[in-house]
Each structure stands twice: as C-alpha cells, then as structure tokens.
Design a protein. Structure first.
Length: 298
C-alpha cells in the first residue's frame, strides 16, 4: 500500500465514521470538495461505488460496507500504534540500553539508580558492562559511558562525574619483601598488575606527573587482565602493584587491605561522560536518563 492509497482509505473511513462529508473534511483538515475528489478517485480506482450520497446524508453501498468493516480495524490499529510510539517521545517510559565499563557503573551510575527509579518508575534500564570501546550505535545502545578522552568527536557527551585521579596500590604483604617506590622510575624494580583491553590488546598506560610534564612508565607486567575487579583482588592478595582509579581502591585502603604509594605523582584525568549520537527525536526515557545522570554545575 503506497501513501496515496493509504490517504484515500483513511479519508473513506472518516466519511463512514462521520456519515457526512463536511464533518469528515473538518476531521481531516481538508475542504469538503477535496475530500469528495479523493473518494471519487478511490471509487474509480476500485471500479465500484462505495458511498451513496445525497445533499443531506451519506450511506454505504454493500461494497463500501464490506471495505469499511475490513479497513476500520486496520486504521484503528495503526492510529493506536502511532499514539503508543508517540508516548515514548512525551513520557519517560520503556527500555534504555547503556553500554559502560564496570568502574563507571560502580562510581557514576549504581549510586544514583535508586533515585532514578523513584523519579521514573516506568523506565527500565539495561546496563551492559563492557570494558572495551564498543560502537554503541552499531550495537543498538541508546548511550554509552566512557572516560572523556576516549569518546569520538562525532558523539555528544555530558559529564557524569567530576575529574578523577589514579592511584598505585599494593598489599601490606607485598611490601614485606620490597620497599615502596618513592618515584615512578622505581617501578622498574616492582611487579605490576596491568589492565589490558580485549579488543585491541593494548595495555592501560601507567601515566604520572613528572618533573618535565607527563611521564609514561613501562612497567614489568606479571599479570594482565581485562577486568578491574580482578586487578583489585590480585593486588589485595599481594601479587603486585595495581594502577586503578582512586575511588575504586579507597575502601580497601581504609580497611588496611591496600597501601597507597606514589600519590604525589598520580595524575588527575577527565572523569566519565555519558555519550550518544544525536539530540533529535530522542525518546523521553533516554532524555530523562541523560538529564538525571549529568553533573550539575555547583
């Protein structure tokens, strides 16, 4: 069914519903003469009269009655479908799919989910933990969360955390046999546990504030993993030093499970951002999630 045929059938149903060309024309926001021409074109195309017209009334022929009975439920179903989809634009409801690393979930999203659920009870969230850099558009996500510097320039990004800071930590048992490093260069004498991206095989750089600016240190990786929780666990077990976000290791430091070293050299870096592909025609549920999660000034 092309657009012209659909418009003709919609006009026919309107005339049948209203039993008058004037009222049907007003409902369709066209003139009665234009509506009359549409019905004549439909009848000509089908080769049969559908309506009996007088100056005071409109009635259906037998063929018109059969067509109306078949077409009316279809038109009503399409109207209901359009209205249902429109509700997603005006009211926050339905599913929002977000791709994000586990650290971002722990730091930025999970602490605020209870408040979000109370504010938007009809919104369902699908949080997919993914520590690699995934194409959120190609994988049909509504949004993604990444560190600011890792987001493509063609995406729209909003900040959802303050700037963050890295930390180098090791278990007290690890330092029983090795003195704590006093400067980044001392890491050459230590066993290190490093994050490795699954998709590229690249290692997360150990980056510090040096005397002459940014300093990247090549460390001896005795263990590489693509899961930050496993890195944290390995560090607590004394397997080596880990380089993780400060917020993640803070509870372990407070419980004396980890000791922090090289703190004056650890860099501040852009925090996490929620990013998405475009602003237009966005579902109200997605807009609500973005607006709720973004960091407010002050």
């Amino acid at each position: 069914m092309d657009g012209t045929e659909f418009s003709q059938l919609t006009a026919f149903v309107a005339v049948c519903d209203e039993r008058a060309f004037g009222r049907a024309a007003k409902r369709l926001a066209i003139s009665p003469s234009a509506l009359s021409r549409i019905i004549r074109t439909l009848e000509s195309r089908l080769g049969i009269r559908l309506l009996n017209r007088t100056t005071r009334s409109v009635g259906l022929t037998e063929a018109g009655s059969i067509l109306y009975d078949r077409i009316k439920p279809m038109i009503r179903g399409m109207d209901e479908a359009v209205s249902a989809v429109g509700a997603y634009q005006s009211e926050p409801k339905g599913l929002v799919r977000v791709n994000l690393p586990s650290i971002a979930a722990q730091i930025a999203v999970l602490p605020r989910l209870q408040q979000f659920r109370l504010a938007y009870p009809e919104v369902r969230l699908d949080l997919v933990i993914d520590n690699d850099i995934t194409d959120v558009v190609a994988e049909n996500f509504d949004a993604g969360v990444r560190i600011g510097g890792q987001i493509s320039r063609d995406m729209i990004a909003v900040r959802i955390t303050r700037d963050l800071r890295m930390a180098v930590v090791g278990a007290p048992s690890y330092f029983c046999s090795r003195p704590p490093p006093q400067a980044p260069a001392d890491l050459k004498d230590h066993l290190c546990l490093t994050y490795k991206w699954k998709s590229t095989g690249a290692l997360y750089p150990w980056r510090f504030d040096g005397v002459d600016g940014v300093l990247d240190v090549d460390v001896e990786n005795v263990l590489t993993v693509n899961d930050t929780e496993l890195l944290l666990l390995a560090a607590r077990q004394g397997l080596g030093l880990a380089y993780l976000i400060e917020d993640i290791v803070k509870p372990s430091i407070e419980r004396k499970e980890l000791v922090r070293v090289l703190e004056p050299f650890c860099k501040v870096f852009p925090g996490f951002y929620l990013y998405y592909s475009e602003r237009s025609h966005m579902a109200a549920s997605v807009r609500a999630f973005i607006d709720f999660m973004k960091v407010r000034d002050g």
